[in-house]
Design a binder for this molecule. Structure first.
Ligand SMILES: [Zn+2]
Length: 199
């Protein structure tokens, strides 16, 4: 495993508290307003809005036009090509790593659905208390180029593939980008490390 810091950027304690509470509200399938986050964290609405602006500029939260949180730490209410039913709540994630790492870190029952960028086949992973079961051979791609916005720059490239052969073909056809090949159990471990603080 290489540079995992790509998923974990430096944040202040206020940003961390705001991000964590927003993530918890989103897990229920609800939009997180500044007022709800302020109430839950003890910060003022102004302080929460400042923290949200800073997090949004790094792609760590996703805001709607009213400034409410619709995505945080990879989990989103807005449809993407990665679906995640988490503890019975229908949600989406920013990338395939999120769809696998989040249920692993939360020890939850879940169903993640994504597709192989090379052949378009739909790939399913079922989780029982955070333990993934799927067809053998699935591999994930984690870009390692430095980026300033996780959601916009890293997430579109972080995908799951049928097998190493399809990942190799995709890399060859995509200008041989820099990154790491991860097995499902490595993504699971990465998830526990990256989202452990959001439990
Ligand atoms: Zn494929």
């Amino acid at each position: 495993m290489g540079d995992l810091n790509v998923l974990e950027r430096v944040r202040g304690p206020r940003e961390e508290a705001v991000r964590r509470l927003a993530f918890r509200i989103l897990r229920r399938g609800e939009v997180a307003s500044s007022a709800a986050i302020a109430k839950g964290t003890g910060f003022s609405v102004g302080e929460v809005d400042d923290a949200l602006r800073s997090l949004a500029s790094g792609g760590q939260v996703e805001l709607d036009t009213d400034g409410r949180v619709v995505g945080s730490a990879g989990l989103t209410l807005l449809p993407t090509s990665h679906r995640l039913t988490l503890g019975g709540v229908a949600l989406y994630t920013w990338c395939a790593i999120d769809a696998i790492g989040i249920p692993a870190a939360l020890d939850q029952d879940a169903l993640a659905t994504t597709s192989c960028p090379q052949c378009g086949r739909e790939l399913w992973i079922e989780f029982e208390r955070g333990r993934p079961a799927s067809e053998p051979g699935f591999v994930a791609w984690l870009p390692t180029d430095p980026c300033s916005n996780v959601r916009e720059e890293l997430c579109p490239q972080a995908n799951l593939f049928c097998d190493e052969e399809h990942l190799r073909s995709w890399r060859a056809g995509s200008g041989d980008p820099r990154g790491e090949v991860l097995s499902l159990s490595q993504v699971e471990a990465l998830g526990r490390e990256s989202w452990g603080s959001l439990r």
